[in-house]
Design a protein around this ligand. Sequence first.
Ligand SMILES: Cc1cc2nc3c(=O)[nH]c(=O)nc-3n(C[C@H](O)[C@H](O)[C@H](O)COP(=O)(O)O)c2cc1C
Length: 195
Amino acid sequence: MKKKTIISAILGVVTMFCACFGFAGCTDDEAKDKIPEGTNGKALVAYFSATNTTKGVAEKIAVATGGALYRITPVEPYTSADLNYGNSSSRTSKEQNDSKARPAISGSVENMDEYDIVFLGYPIWWGESPKIIYTFLESYDFSGKTIIPFCTSASSPMSNSGSNLHSSAPNAIWKAGCRVSSTAHIDALVNEIKR
Ligand SMILES: Cc1cc2nc3c(=O)[nH]c(=O)nc-3n(C[C@H](O)[C@H](O)[C@H](O)COP(=O)(O)O)c2cc1C
């Protein structure tokens, strides 16, 4: 399959998410069997997840696209006290209020050069992406790569959380992305890829 075809096929996934189609149908295992050859290694699904909701969505996107999964792991893990948004002195409250906060990441993506498309997932924290997403974006050269943000949240929409990231990877080709429900199913995505 030609590179251009692969890229447009993977981009179809975004359209599907954002169109909010009904994700009913086959199981994830069945969908996995339908993944066409040739998409492996072109898409990276990078995500940060404090309580594993975004992780579940990221795994579905990786299955649907044949992309490689990369978990953005903080050097200092977030404890439940850190995640207490009811406490204005908690770590997350302080970080989210500090425009310069860049929590350190443990490890790195091997061979970032191989990827044309980066799905970038995160939980909404106070209406925004966690600051570690900025750390991630500022750690690599995303020139010419397509970045598709996606988020999970209790109820908040993606809002400007995606567009606010643009300045940290100004040479990337940014897509709008969208909030994804943790119950989203991947069969519709796989069908789109097959077109
Ligand atoms: C510090 C903090 C702030 C949050 N702020 C919001 C918010 O503004 N709006 C919202 O809908 N959910 C908010 N949430 C809930 C998370 O976005 C939601 O539970 C998300 O799916 C968690 O993803 P994860 O399990 O991948 O970390 C917040 C959670 C935390 C810990």
